[in-house]
Design a protein around this ligand. Structure first.
Ligand code: ATP
Length: 299
């Protein structure tokens, strides 16, 4: 009997290019021996429901869309307690997580990877009772991805993030936050905080790959301090431009669990989508929680 494949796709993701490639993608899967069911998503957060109600009938589940679509797929599996291997065809604007997994932005190559690849057990971030695949963040730049209108994002791609970020440099908000992790406490004023499981965030690569593992049960935490002097401002801009960590104006550490405390609610983004506003939240890494088909060795 033929293996059954469920292809869940966000038809609006990125520049909606999947519409031109769908037939070829399905054809590849059929030639590989799959009986394919295509499910274009009809609304936000439909994917967790599809997974809960229908995934058991399929041998392989594939999602196709941007980081938000992958987030819904991973969150759905985690919330439903479903441990199964998934395929991912990235079609979003930025595709941060796909970059980290070395998944091709060419949809047909990504589909080939699903057919020929092998499962990589990847950590998943838990944020309160929600999940993220590659970033939980607060602060100036992080608001960009969910406040930038979709059309603008599609038109400018990564440049939209840079332009919005630079525009905001003039009047960035500052957040007083305490982070408790392991036996350490960091309390300071911050412009930006990123808790990641990825080499790339918003298209930027702040953190060199050799300092990161996506399957070690640990998250990378990057905190950019609020500058108090001109030279600190300069140092931040310089570090951002050159995509490197400057310990004078930034904290960087690894942790499996981080407790975050603030006096006033802070808006968070999870994988580029709004993640709610919180004063206290616990962020943890769930080690090797999801298996994703990849074609190269990922650390
Ligand atoms: N039919 C739909 N109508 C409206 N929203 C949808 C629909 N299907 C999916 N969505 C939502 O669209 C959001 C954004 O999708 P996605 O991340 O896949 O694309 P993107 O924003 O173009 O990509 P990226 O985040 O990588 O830039 C997701 O959170 C998803 O819930």
């Amino acid at each position: 009997m033929k293996k059954k494949l469920l292809l869940m796709l966000n038809p609006h993701a990125g520049k909606a290019e999947v519409k031109n490639k769908l037939l070829d993608i399905v054809d590849l899967f059929v030639k590989a021996g799959y009986d394919v069911t295509v499910r274009p998503t009809q609304r936000r957060l439909e994917i967790p429901d599809i997974l809960r109600d229908e995934a058991a009938q399929f041998d392989l589940v594939v999602c196709c869309g941007g980081d938000g679509t992958l987030n819904e797929t991973i969150s759905g599996l985690m919330q439903n307690g479903q441990k199964r291997t998934i395929g991912y065809i990235p079609t979003g604007t930025v595709n941060d997580f796909a970059t980290s997994l070395h998944l091709s932005k060419n949809m047909l190559v990504a589909a080939e990877t699903i057919i020929k690849g092998f499962p990589f057990s990847c950590d998943v971030g838990q944020f309160g009772d929600r999940y993220f695949s590659y970033v939980a963040a607060f602060g100036a730049f992080t608001e960009v991805s969910y406040q930038t209108p979709q059309e603008f994002k599609n038109f400018l791609g990564r440049t939209a993030y840079i332009l919005e970020g630079v525009k905001r440099l003039a009047n960035l908000a500052s957040y007083h936050v305490r982070f408790d992790y392991d036996d350490e406490v960091i309390e300071d004023d911050f412009l930006l905080g990123l808790i990641t499981n990825s080499y790339s965030v918003g298209g930027f690569r702040f953190i060199s790959q050799d300092r990161i593992s996506m399957c070690d049960g640990k998250m990378e935490v990057l905190l950019v301090k609020t500058p108090h002097t001109l030279s600190e401002r300069f140092a931040i801009v310089n570090a951002l431009l050159h995509q490197r960590i400057d310990p004078e104006v930034m904290y960087f550490f690894n942790a499996s669990k981080v407790k975050v405390h603030t006096l006033h609610e802070i808006a968070w983004t999870l994988d580029g989508e709004y993640g709610g506003s919180w004063t206290d939240v616990e962020v943890a890494s769930v080690k090797q929680a999801v298996d994703i088909l990849v074609d190269t060795k990922v650390k």
